[in-house]
Design a protein around this ligand. Structure first.
Ligand code: BGC
Length: 745
């Protein structure tokens, strides 16, 4: 977060200088921009104006200070400035401004990984409508979100912003996210296109990926988001892909994105400046962000020399203009600076409720009856993490913590223990203030609690709840030791609390307030219940308390696998193990280049097919009720198939169930994973005894694999098994159908 602020201060100085050099002083001496006269405006523009429009700015937007960036204004042609800001857990703008006591806080919604855990695109769309209206009411035109790189490895520092290890789930959730935001008349920028799967040396790292893995895994989710969400803009990534910066890849940004997928919006760079601006422009990267004078100079020189043709220049400028006429700034929308933060807090809470995953619940530990005396452990019970750091941070007026949420939900806390943690937290904050290191919250140290004290607390309370936290953000990946794996103090806390409480016949619940996957296999057996809210936004602690109390029945499921050990991850050997930049530049494995040797065998595709034991499988999540899956019916033809399945709530409390449809392809075609997610659907809230019939549709194209030798998608002929599961490993019903002929695309 602090890193971010520093870099933007630097950028704003540069851009201030840049702005002073651009004098678009005249007013309206050409045609004024309209959606139906873009060619006319294009003809009236000078080359200098065109190049200026292709290079953005950052830092000093008059009305909306401290957004991430903006596009330039050309007043004489009625071209307004438009403002772009992060995303994805809510709008990120500074909460205070000079000269006013008014505040500009935004709602902290659940992070990407949590909304993907909902498996509920309709809910996501409702949530992002609220987000979109904050973007609109704060005078911003584009939300730089959703982040949707595949969870290739559990240590990627930005996984929390991203959605899933599976491209279908990722694509469908991202498409819904985009539809919700854009329904408010503002745009999205899906990012980071593509293969930005590690933060270590992200500006230069070369992701080396086979064509098949690229198409089926790392591009597939973007393809779905583009086709089903129709985002206004796409953000190219910092990294290289097979030797070429993505922002300079004509094949990626024009052939695949536009020609194959039909994307008709604007492509902007991620926030940086590569040497070959002209190559980016030619590739179809229309807008350079945050924008530097030298980029404009390069474009001008290239137009003069003919390296950048007039047609290429005009093509990119046209796309910027087509974007601008859609924006609120163009429409002169009178934004209020007063979004309905109260209502949106409720939306954020509901989204968390619908998404939180219950990982373990032995002996019916949860829900509690209500009103119990709770001994609440863990520094993150006070410093509850709503979102991650970096550009994924949101300035929220308040983040509810677990102390507050449990009290509000009617539990009584062990006050001595609560005070102890409040005190430790205050001390740590003081220390950080003195060391001016408030951003690196990752190393917030877990205070020790003696066995004696735990014994006292176990006597005085009914139940123990332990909150464990993990924070991360842009610019660095996580590490295995003391991050993916628990620290010695955390282990000791879990061990001691479990031992003592179990002796007293009392239960222990763990709440994982984390930004990414952690090791669970070695300690989960010690505790009775585990709740996984990830970092659930500003109201998420209340959602956790409602789940503990049983007011909410959890219905989230994992969007990725929890491996037993880090080294079981298929990419473990090909991912930066820790932040180590030593070695000769350009030659450092996993720093300068990363071999995606695992190919398409990402996540459950690897674990399931190869029978590798996991701690929690993809798609897994418990409920307080049980569901019966009826016999599915399938209608298939050469276009694809439609399946229906009836789900019945067979338990005692209302609840929702996600049905996951995996397809197992016949042998004979390309080698495929044992099963692949091809559709999913979530029931409404079913009352005990109530049923709902879900419909799942899959096209033949969606079943296809990419054949590298023919550079085409193909769906083999033969018998396909359809597996209806409650997770990737818990298959409840299976049916099959026959594809008579192979089909190519
Ligand atoms: C991040 C993007 C973000 C941009 C603007 C970059 O460093 O990678 O995700 O949108 O900054 O803040």
């Amino acid at each position: 977060m602090r890193l971010k602020t520093l870099s933007f201060t630097r950028i704003s100085l540069i851009t201030m200088l840049m702005c002073s050099q651009v004098a678009f002083a005249q007013q309206a001496d050409g045609p004024a921009l309209r959606s139906d006269n873009i060619d006319e405006v294009l003809n009236a523009m000078t080359t200098e104006e065109k190049c200026a429009l292709l290079v953005g700015g950052a830092g000093i937007v008059p009305d909306v200070p401290n957004v991430a960036g903006y596009t330039r204004t050309i007043p004489r042609l009625g071209i307004p400035m438009t403002a772009l800001s992060d995303g994805p857990a809510g709008l990120r703008i500074d909460p205070t401004r000079e000269g006013t006591s008014q505040t500009f806080y935004c709602t902290g919604f659940p992070i990407g990984t949590l909304i993907a855990s909902s498996w509920d695109p309709a809910m996501v769309e409702v949530m992002t409508q609220a987000m979109g209206s904050e973007v609109l009411e704060y005078g911003v035109d584009v939300l730089l979100a959703p982040g949707m790189n595949i969870h290739r490895n559990p240590l990627c520092g930005r996984n929390f912003e991203y959605l899933s290890e599976d491209p279908l789930l990722s694509g469908r959730i991202a498409a819904a996210y985009v539809r919700g935001v854009q329904s408010k008349g503002v745009g999205c920028s899906v990012k980071h296109f593509a293969a930005n799967n590690q933060e270590t040396n992200r500006l230069e790292n070369d992701a080396r990926i086979s064509e098949r893995a690229l198409r089926e895994i790392y591009l597939k989710n973007f393809e779905i988001a583009v086709k089903e969400g129709r985002p206004w803009t796409v953000m190219s990534s910092y990294n290289k892909l097979n030797g070429e910066y993505t922002q300079q890849s004509h094949r990626l940004l024009t052939t695949i994105l536009r020609d194959d997928w039909g994307f008709d919006g604007l492509v902007m760079t991620d926030w940086g400046c590569k040497d070959s601006t002209v190559k980016s422009a030619k590739a179809g990267n229309d807008l350079m962000m945050p924008g530097f004078q030298r980029e404009r100079d390069r474009l001008m020189a290239a137009v003069e020399s003919g390296e950048l043709t007039q047609a290429e220049l005009d093509r990119n400028v046209r796309r910027v203009l087509e974007y601008i006429v859609k924006t609120p700034h163009y429409r002169k929308y009178p934004y209020s600076n007063q979004p309905d933060l109260k209502a949106h807090a409720q939306v954020a809470r509901k989204a968390a409720e619908e998404s939180i995953v219950l990982l373990r619940n032995e002996h019916g530990t949860l829900p509690l009856k209500g009103g119990e005396k709770v001994a609440l452990y863990g520094i993150n019970s006070v410093d509850f993490l709503g979102v991650g750091t970096g550009s994924g941070f949101v300035h929220m007026a308040h983040v509810a913590n677990m102390q507050e949420a449990l009290t509000t939900a009617g539990f009584s806390l062990d006050e001595d223990l609560a005070n102890y943690y409040r005190h430790c937290y205050a001390l740590q904050q003081d220390k950080e203030r003195m060391e001016a290191s408030s951003t690196d919250k990752r190393h917030r140290s877990e205070p020790e609690v003696s066995v004696k004290a735990i014994e006292r607390q176990a006597k005085a309370n009914d139940v123990a709840i332990i909150v464990l936290g993990r924070i991360a953000g842009e610019g660095a990946d996580r590490v295995v030791h003391d991050d993916f794996e628990l620290t010695a103090i955390e282990r000791e806390l879990i061990q001691n609390v479990s031992l003592v409480y179990h002796k007293a016949d009392k239960r222990v619940v763990v709440v994982l307030n984390i930004v990414g996957v952690v090791e669970t296999a070695s300690w989960k057996g010690l505790v009775d219940a585990i709740i996984l809210p990830w970092t659930p936004g500003q109201e998420g602690a209340h959602a956790v308390a409602d789940i503990i109390k049983g007011k909410v029945n959890p219905s989230g499921k994992l969007p990725m696998t929890f491996p037993v050990n880090y080294m079981d991850s298929p990419s473990a050997g090909n991912f930066p193990y820790r932040w180590d930049m030593s070695g000769r530049r350009g030659t450092r494995r996993n720093v300068d280049f990363t071999e995606y040797e695992e190919g398409i065998w990402v996540g459950y595709r690897h674990f399931q097919t190869r029978g590798v034991e996991v701690s929690y499988p993809f798609g897994y999540g418990l409920s307080y009720t049980t569901f019966d899956y009826g016999q599915p019916k399938v209608k298939a033809n050469q276009e694809g198939f439609t399946a229906t399945i009836t789900v019945t709530n067979t338990g005692k409390v209302p609840g929702r169930e996600v049905v996951e449809l995996y397809v197992s392809a016949p042998s004979g075609g390309l080698e495929k994973p044992d099963r692949e997610l091809k559709a999913f659907a979530k029931t409404k809230t079913l009352m005990p005894g109530e049923s709902e019939t879900l419909t799942l549709t899959v096209t033949t194209y969606e079943m296809a694999s990419f054949n590298e030798s023919t550079a085409a998608w193909e769906t083999a002929a033969g018998t396909y098994k359809l597996l209806f599961g409650a997770s990737a490993t818990d298959i409840r019903r299976t049916v099959s159908f026959k594809m008579k002929k192979a089909i190519g695309f």
